[in-house]
Design a protein around this ligand. Structure first.
Ligand SMILES: [Cu+2]
Length: 162
């Protein structure tokens, strides 16, 4: 019994070592690529992605509403941002923010389940903080444009970190 326990423990250690080794190998190319990118430029682009989903998010009124997903994005201060937006709604929406100097409309999706794709490029503010963006195209129409006035739905936040 004691011998079996010892063997079991040894096997567990061997498995743990193998797992660690595998994890290490798996991570190596990514970290190498990251350090290579850091050598190329001091302000690499931050690639962000977001969906616009119709009738997707449950509201406090127990109805489903149009929403950005995710509605909160995070980026480092002063970084170049490339934000790809996939609009799954058959209505146009927008990413509008005076503070960020961005006002871009997303075309409606041509077919259910097939998003229109829009790439927005801008530079994150140098000052850390929470920057609001919102949709200014009339939307969430079955609910009287409810989403348009609701943070977490068609009002989102870009968190700019130090
Ligand atoms: Cu909208």
């Amino acid at each position: 019994m004691a011998r079996r326990t010892t063997l079991g423990f040894a096997s567990a250690i061997a498995i743990a070592i193998v797992a660690l080794g595998a994890a290490g190998c798996g991570q190596q190319p990514a970290s190498s690529a990251a350090s290579a990118a850091a050598r190329i430029t001091t302000t690499p682009t931050a690639y962000l992605a977001m969906d616009v989903l119709p009738g997707f998010k449950l509201g406090s009124d127990s109805k489903l509403h149009d929403a950005y997903s995710p509605s909160t994005l995070t980026v480092a201060a002063g970084k170049k941002v490339q934000l790809t937006v996939y609009n799954y709604d058959n209505m146009p929406h927008s990413f509008t923010s005076a503070a960020l100097g961005v006002n871009v409309t997303f075309a409606p999706s041509a077919k259910t389940g097939q998003a229109s794709t829009t790439v927005i490029a801008f530079t994150a503010p140098k000052k850390p903080g929470h920057y609001t963006f919102q949709c200014i195209k009339p939307c969430d129409l079955p609910n009287g444009e409810w989403s348009m006035g609701q943070p977490g739905y068609m009002i989102g936040t870009l968190i700019v970190k130090d």
